[in-house]
Design a protein around this ligand. Structure first.
Ligand code: FES
Ligand SMILES: [Fe+2]
Length: 349
């Protein structure tokens, strides 16, 4: 009887044919860097300064961890019996004619670098396409006139779906982030509408006093319109708060002032742990390094507060049986995202 992917012990129920962030760019160097992604051991390294490589984290001979390999001539030399694999995974230390070399393949994974991240494709390599990167032009990711700064890396001891729930749910802010964000100044009337292109919500408010935002936009005067979106852009990437500032339109075409976004790369590690890479994207104050440092420091504090919240839930006995609980209207986006994740998994069965 054919087993489903869920039933095979070494595989986890996550959609595979997607780009996931495996590491921050500056985590990867000339020595092997190991990380478990979607339940699979993966090793990254740089054969040259210009490019990164990802391969399976276990030697195909006897399963020795490739994190203990050494980089030799751009390839990896296993630390157990010394077999050496090039960056495509071909074993270069066995003669091709002995019939073993063909089977002695170390799996390699498509990799690309965009923004501060190293992305990896763990599914069918024939489907890996840069155009499928989940972060789009709307947040200016990787585009001229914008900058993206990684806030850091947080290993969250909670299941991936729970962290996604948290990042798509803005109704916990007053409670979980009271110490860092305080009560948001956005206490004015908000309208909530489904995002047109993606799973998410858009909140719009009109004609706010610019003084509310002078920290972010010094020199900005007059009333402004604010649009805030939280979106699920795919299994590996969430734009939690994309905020657009525009001069108050009052019925006229909007005149944009600035856009910023807190973006979150989320990659399952195991069934109950998640790699979390928060980042900050913006198209203003591009050369203001103190501003960058402060925003990232603030963002990391917020990320740690979310980490503590979801880890507390994960540590509560029986959490897997109660995932979801009852829902409030503010949970709608997370619920739609969960259904989308289940659909993506089913599609790959
Ligand atoms: S386990 Fe790697 S060469 Fe034998
Ligand atoms: Fe939060």
């Amino acid at each position: 009887m054919r087993r489903t992917r869920r039933e095979r012990s070494d595989e986890l129920p996550f959609p595979l044919n997607h780009w996931y962030v495996g590491a921050l760019r500056d985590e990867i160097g000339t020595v092997p860097f190991a990380r478990t992604l979607l339940g699979r051991p993966v090793v990254f390294y740089r054969p040259t300064a210009q490019h990164a490589v990802a391969v399976a984290g276990r030697c195909p001979h006897r399963g020795y961890p490739m994190s203990r390999a050494t980089v030799v001539d751009g390839g990896l030399r296993c630390g157990y019996h010394g077999l050496t694999f090039d960056e495509t995974g071909i074993c270069r230390s066995l003669a091709a004619h002995d019939g073993v070399a063909e089977r002695a393949r170390l799996r390699s994974f498509p990799v690309l670098e965009a923004g501060p991240f190293v992305w990896v494709w763990l599914g069918d390599p024939r489907l890996a396409d840069r155009a499928l990167l989940p972060c789009g032009a709307e947040v200016g990711f990787g585009q001229a006139g914008w900058r993206t700064d990684a806030t850091g890396y947080v290993n969250v001891r909670a299941r991936y779906a729970m962290l996604c729930d948290n990042l798509l749910d803005t109704s916990h802010i007053d409670c979980v982030h009271a110490g860092s964000l305080g009560r948001a100044p956005l206490t004015f009337q908000q309208t909530i509408a489904p995002s047109r292109e993606r799973i998410g919500v858009v909140r719009e408010s009109r004609g706010n006093a610019a003084a509310l935002f002078t920290y972010l936009l010094p020199g900005c005067t007059g009333p402004i319109d604010v649009t805030i979106a939280a979106e699920f852009c795919g299994p590996g990437f969430i734009v939690a708060v994309r905020t657009e500032f525009a001069h108050a339109a009052n019925g006229r075409p909007a005149e944009r002032i600035a856009t910023m976004a807190f973006v979150h790369a989320v990659t399952p590690e195991s069934e109950t742990s998640t790699h979390y890479f928060p980042a900050f994207v913006r198209d203003f104050r591009l050369d203001d390094e103190p501003f960058t440092a402060e925003m990232n420091a603030r963002n990391l504090i917020v990320a740690r507060e979310d980490q503590a919240a979801v880890e507390a839930i994960e540590a509560t006995p029986g959490v897997a049986d109660r995932a979801g609980g009852f829902s409030l209207p503010g949970d709608e986006v997370a619920l739609v995202a969960r259904r989308e994740l289940a659909r993506l998994v089913d599609r790959e069965q």
